[in-house]
Design a binder for this molecule. Structure first.
Ligand code: ADP
Length: 485
């Protein structure tokens, strides 16, 4: 794409419209949630969580060690044996429904807290993360008393205690994806949030208290990878992990030879495939949603754009114009489209891979937007002239960086889309249903979106194949991961 001076940009000017940080009701310190109570770590260890948009500390959080993880697993085991396995499906439904309602009631607080801790725009935490988290609890509230009709036999049984490890890109939503089906199916849980985004899971723990969920049914242990490793090593019946493929492989090796069930939701390198008959203005919105939503910190991001050669120039021209209009900045501002990168480490990784993009010969276009001085920021970036061998075409950047490749025939599109070790999600844009189905059938990915991207619904199963993992979350399929079937 050819360069254009920033002075010709047509982006509208907006006055700042910040949401108040005070709504998050931040406290100085947060404890672990074990056996229904907030407690300090046994050795008193803590870590700091910061606001990635300002690098200012937000709070100190307990760092769970092996003894704390053991206490949480023991609390979950007791709660399973003494209480939860004896509750009826209808009682579990009632708790899940209450939790969903309380998330709705505290949605503004949760949205602001999530944007502060994660860096994502308030528009997304308010309109997507928090409502979808509530929707997951509502959805699984509906299943808890109907498990015998879920297609897993007349009397499906829970597994027992689930250890659940989640990443930092959708902290509250991932907690909901893990907890809601596990509880509906009758399991108890120990949840380990990511070290850069522990806060919303701890407010969710408060909500569980408010909902009067019996003590120990859900426990939350905060900490870094060592806390996660301790959870994997502990006597749980099930491990559910969402995170990097690298750590997923470590966990799989650790569990080899143990009867512990495992589901893994790992990385991706999604292809967003655009055919020449697609409505191009909608396509551009879909491309932007696919890669710039949540700063590209999305495992199923459409990070490879495959565009048919005959419309490539037109699509790229429109895309560049749209990218220039994305507003990057204060996550709490309601007009912000792209927020802060979640951590210094992630920013470094994005910088390294984009430097490789240039080094390997791709052409870089970066939005001329002004970036705040403090905090972790990366301007939306599009690479053209990308070859399939380039690192930016093969590796997950997990940032606002799009790699564009072209194709001529549907066969070539499918071959290029499948030329990855991952297999999480793809998008297909075309007016012809028959062509979309032909392509979708041949794509090796757990999810294929047609004429949309990054669309989530609690009733729809989500998960990957190959190095993107196995097991499904969401929908009826999501129950299977927590039932002895
Ligand atoms: P990312 O690279 O996106 O930060 P990770 O896979 O490192 O993703 O992290 C996802 C989650 O896994 C986090 O909660 C993290 O603390 C946890 N984690 C990291 N290392 C391990 C490990 N060896 N065992 C278990 N959990 C881990």
């Amino acid at each position: 794409m050819e360069e254009r001076p920033a002075s010709t940009l047509s982006a509208l000017e907006y006055d700042p419209a910040p949401e108040s940080a005070g709504l998050a009701r931040l406290r100085e310190g947060y404890g672990l949630f074990i056996g229904g109570a907030f407690v300090e770590a046994a050795d008193g260890a803590t870590f700091e969580t910061i606001n990635p948009a300002t690098e200012e500390p937000l709070a100190r959080v307990a760092q769970a060690g092996e003894a704390d993880v053991a206490a949480a697993v023991a609390a979950a085991r007791r709660a399973y044996d003494k209480v939860w396995r004896k509750t009826t499906g209808a009682q579990r439904s009632k708790y899940l429904f209450r939790i969903a309602r309380l998330i709705q009631e505290r949605s503004r607080e949760l949205a602001v807290l999530e944007s502060l801790d994660n860096g994502k725009p308030i528009r997304e935490s308010r309109d997507i993360d928090v409502p979808l988290a509530a929707a997951h609890f509502f959805y699984y509230a509906g299943w808890a008393d109907k498990l015998e009709h879920a297609g897993f036999g007349p009397d499906p049984r829970p597994l027992g205690v689930a250890g659940q490890i989640i990443p930092w890109n959708f902290p509250l939503l991932m907690a909901a994806w893990k907890l809601a089906p596990a509880l509906a199916a009758g399991n108890t849980c120990v949840l380990k949030p990511a070290e850069t985004t522990p806060l919303s899971a701890l407010v969710l723990a408060e909500i569980l208290q408010q909902a009067e969920l019996p003590d120990g049914v859900v426990n939350v242990v905060t900490g870094d990878g060592s806390t996660g490793a301790a959870l994997v090593a502990s006597p749980v019946d099930k491990v559910a992990f969402t995170g990097s493929t690298e750590v997923g492989k470590v966990i799989q090796r650790r569990l080899a030879g143990r009867p512990t069930r495992l589901t893994l939701e790992l990385g991706g390198k999604g292809a967003n495939i655009v055919f020449d008959d697609a409505p191009l203005d909608e396509v551009v919105e879909g491309i932007v949603d696919g890669i710039f939503f949540n700063q590209g910190h999305v495992c199923c991001a459409g990070s490879r754009l495959l565009v048919q050669e005959s419309v490539a120039e037109d699509v790229l021209h429109r895309l560049r114009r749209r990218v220039d209009q994305l507003r990057v900045g204060d996550p709490l501002d309601k007009n912000t489209d792209v927020g802060a990168i979640n951590s210094a480490a992630q920013l470094e990784k994005i910088r390294e891979l984009t430097a490789w993009g240039e080094r390997e010969g791709a052409t870089r276009y970066t939005s001329p937007c002004a970036l705040p001085e403090r905090g972790y920021w990366f301007a939306p970036t599009v690479f053209t002239d990308v070859a399939q061998t380039h690192r930016i075409a093969r590796e997950e950047v997990f940032g606002p960086v799009l790699s564009v490749l072209t194709f001529r025939t549907p066969e070539e599109a499918v071959a290029k889309a499948n030329n990855t070790t991952y297999g999480l999600a793809c998008g297909v844009w075309s007016e012809k249903g028959s062509r979309t189905l032909w392509v979708a059938e041949r794509l090796r990915a757990g999810v294929v979106w047609a004429n949309t991207y990054n669309r989530f619904d609690p009733a729809s199963p989500f998960g990957g194949v190959r190095e993107s993992g196995f097991g499904r979350e969401g929908g009826r399929h999501g129950l299977e991961a927590y039932l002895d079937v």
